[in-house]
Design a protein around this ligand. Structure first.
Ligand code: ZN
Length: 309
């Protein structure tokens, strides 16, 4: 029975494709984290510069303030002096000093206003960069977690061996059930080969896929009880009904026991010849037939059935 085997392959293939896509997303998200980290470093450096520039500007305001206070005190002293000869020149000089100091203070305050604005902007940039980095890290972690989830799904898929064992057990049940009430109406044709309807789909898929790989297979499937009896005679079995298959010149199952009588065994041919071990057909089937639910009877390289008997 092929269903689970093929389903596993398809599911595994889909999951691997998903993992590849998700890993691509992780790469993208990781580069976004790198970009955000770099942007954060740049913003932090700009904030450091803006902070020291603003500190220096405020120090210059304080200096200008002090200079103005000094100039105003000097003017007050000059006004208080009463010596007429020197008073006029000293007063003019003191007034000019106050005017200059006032102008300098105004200039320094304007400069400090600008550096304060720059500092606020730099602080905002750092906060934005920090937020962007946090989002980028969360996105990258989510992408990495998604990969792990898919990898776990892939890991818990049943192994091909476990599925083959299950399939073999199911196939044995199918054979047992099919022996009761079997008629030729239970058979159908696949490329001229008569097989049981239960295996026709898997068998056709197997031949189609082999041909797609450059291996064209044919063969003989269903045979009647009468034909099996004839074969027992013509293949030199010691008797028709009891002698073991191996005692015949060509191994031939006792009538009623051959899976050919249910259309669930096929004797495969390639290029008109019965399959032997050194053919491309045998090698292809050895590698792939299990996926379609077909197993070889080791003593007969041409004989492939759903239970291997
Ligand atoms: Zn056979």
């Amino acid at each position: 029975m092929m269903y689970r085997s093929l389903t596993r392959q398809q599911v595994a293939e889909t999951l691997r494709t998903t993992i590849a896509t998700q890993q691509g997303t992780v790469v993208t998200r990781t580069s976004e984290v790198t970009n955000a980290t770099n942007a954060g470093t740049v913003a932090q450096a700009a904030l450091t510069t803006a902070t020291s520039t603003d500190t220096a500007a405020r120090a210059r305001v304080t200096s200008a303030q002090t200079a103005l206070t000094t100039a105003q005190k000097n003017l007050t002293k000059a006004v208080a002096k009463k010596k007429p000869k020197s008073t006029a020149a000293a007063l003019t000089k003191a007034r000019n000093a106050v005017t200059a100091a006032t102008r300098t203070l105004t200039l320094r305050k304007t400069e400090a206003g600008q550096t304060a604005t720059s500092l606020t902007a730099a602080q905002l940039n750092v906060r934005t960069a920090t937020g962007t980095l946090a989002t980028a890290i969360a996105n990258r972690d989510a992408a990495a977690a998604a990969v792990v989830v898919t990898q776990q799904k892939l890991a818990v898929l049943p192994t091909a061996y476990a599925l083959a064992t299950q399939a073999k057990a199911i196939s044995r049940d199918v054979v047992t059930q099919s022996r009761t009430g079997f008629t030729t109406a239970d058979t159908t044709q696949v490329y001229g080969i008569t097989v049981n309807r239960n295996v026709a789909y898997a068998f056709k898929r197997m031949l189609d896929d082999a041909r797609a790989n450059g291996v064209t297979l044919s063969g003989g499937g269903f045979r009647t009880r009468e034909r099996q009896i004839e074969l027992r005679k013509s293949n030199g079995c010691p008797d028709v009904w009891t002698a073991p298959s191996s005692s015949c010149r060509v191994p031939t199952a006792v009538p009623g026991r051959s899976l050919h009588e249910l259309g669930m065994a096929i004797d495969i041919t390639q290029n008109g010849k019965t399959l032997s071990r050194n053919t491309t057909g045998f090698k292809w089937l050895s590698a792939h037939a299990a996926a379609y639910g077909f197993i070889n009877l080791p003593s007969e390289p041409w004989h492939w059935s759903i239970t291997g008997s």
